[in-house]
Design a protein around this ligand. Structure first.
Ligand code: NAD
Length: 369
């Protein structure tokens, strides 16, 4: 296997560059320890690109991404650019075109609550004695957000508006495949979430998921209606391993999961395209949160979401699973040691408050240990 990798680094705005610096430190530490190389090319995106080049996604940035194995993304946006036309704003003008250009149809969002951070979860701690670890696989480029026709008719007494939910067998197959493969690398339990008691799209979804389960006999497939899934996530998040669902339901459930985890600064995400012949994916990896302009430039942001984005990148795009495992373990270890950035700090006796750089350095030390 080729172990000379290349990635494009898009740090973006707000806390993006601060947390990215720590993530790259951690990437270097894992490549040193596990003996592979990653060349990085840093490019402009978002507000920083608007300021320097006049647009949120310059052509040279897209070209650099095309030549790399994956994209490591920070976050974009901030008050400076909110008055621009919606399509020219950092988030809409950069993220959506990148997803479209690279056909990134699978959005993976872990909802993890480490045992040491249980108090941050709004769930009663006795219900999650060992925290929880759920992965939501959301279809990202189809469904009701993109189906046509959509529109509104105001030429009547009672105006109407309409959207169309459409899914093809092909779209469902490819997202279910990503989810089955992910489940194979975890606890081998996959829950497909739909609304098959009402929606035609969901009936087809269920048929396709069930058919595909024959290819993955080791994975236990279950089905839940989305309303029930939303309740079960609150009641017993540990009953889930991997969830696969459509765009609309995934949007809502993955935010619910992030809230249940209690700490936005801890959660990475991945957007993946088709699996390649070598089993790896082209993908874009980024924190679940935004650019946090309220704390930018102060050196207090939590870099762990960005660091765990590196772990997902190593696992899904570079095939460096040992390095990814080492990062996950190192993060757990620094949290167990009591290190906390401001977003997690409660003042409890076993906690030490640290800044962005100290947290990054501690994760590096744990990887080297
Ligand atoms: P946000 O996620 O940036 O911030 C919400 C709250 O969470 C803030 O109080 C922030 O300080 C905190 N927070 C987020 N990440 C943190 C971290 N790593 N460490 C510590 N605290 C953290 O959401 P918002 O305030 O709604 O949006 C701010 C900007 O980010 C907006 O311009 C928005 O468009 C943009 N945004 C970008 C992305 C992206 O690039 N993918 C995603 C969401 C929002």
């Amino acid at each position: 296997m080729n172990r000379n990798h290349s990635i494009t680094v898009l740090s973006g705005d707000g806390i993006g560059p601060e947390v990215m610096k720590q993530a790259l430190k951690v990437l270097q530490a894992t490549s040193d320890r596990f003996d592979f190389t990653v060349s990085t090319e840093e490019c402009l995106v978002g507000g920083a690109a608007i300021d320097a080049k006049g647009c949120p996604l310059p052509e040279e940035t897209v070209k650099a991404c095309e030549q790399a194995d994956a994209i490591l993304f920070g976050s974009v946006g901030g008050p400076k650019w909110v008055n621009l036309a919606p399509d020219d704003q950092p988030e809409r003008g950069a993220l959506l075109p990148l997803r479209k250009h690279f056909n990134l149809y699978a959005n993976l969002r872990p909802g993890v609550c480490l045992p040491a951070l249980q108090h941050a979860s709004p769930i009663k701690n006795e219900l999650i004695p060992n925290g929880f670890d759920v992965l939501c696989v959301r279809e990202l480029t189809g469904g009701i957000y993109f189906g046509t026709p959509k529109g509104r008719d105001d030429n009547q007494d009672n105006p109407t508006a309409y959207d169309t939910m459409v899914y093809s067998k092909h779209e469902i197959e490819r997202i279910c495949r990503v989810a089955f493969v992910a489940a194979m690398g975890r606890d081998k339990r996959l829950c497909s979430v739909d609304k098959a008691n009402v929606l035609q799209c969901s009936i087809l979804w269920r048929e396709v998921a069930t058919e595909m389960s024959k290819e993955f006999p080791e994975v236990e497939l279950s089905h839940l209606y989305v309303d029930n899934a939303a309740m079960q996530l609150i009641k017993q998040p540990n009953s889930f391993d991997v969830i696969v669902t459509g765009n609309l339901f995934g949007d809502i459930l993955s935010d619910e999961m992030a809230m249940l985890s209690g700490s936005l600064g801890m959660l990475p995400s991945a957007s993946l395209g088709n699996q390649k012949d070598n089993g790896l994916y082209y993908g874009m990896y980024e924190p679940s949160g935004g650019s946090a302009p309220d704390i930018a430039g102060q050196g207090i942001a939590n870099p762990i979401a960005q660091i765990l984005s590196v772990s997902m990148l190593l696992r899904y795009s570079l095939g460096e699973d040992d390095a990814a495992d080492a990062i996950d373990k190192a993060v757990k270890s620094v949290i167990d040691q009591g290190l906390r950035t401001g977003d997690l700090y409660t003042g409890a006796g076993n906690e030490t408050k640290v800044g962005t750089a100290e947290m990054g350095t501690a994760v590096v030390a744990a990887i080297q240990a």
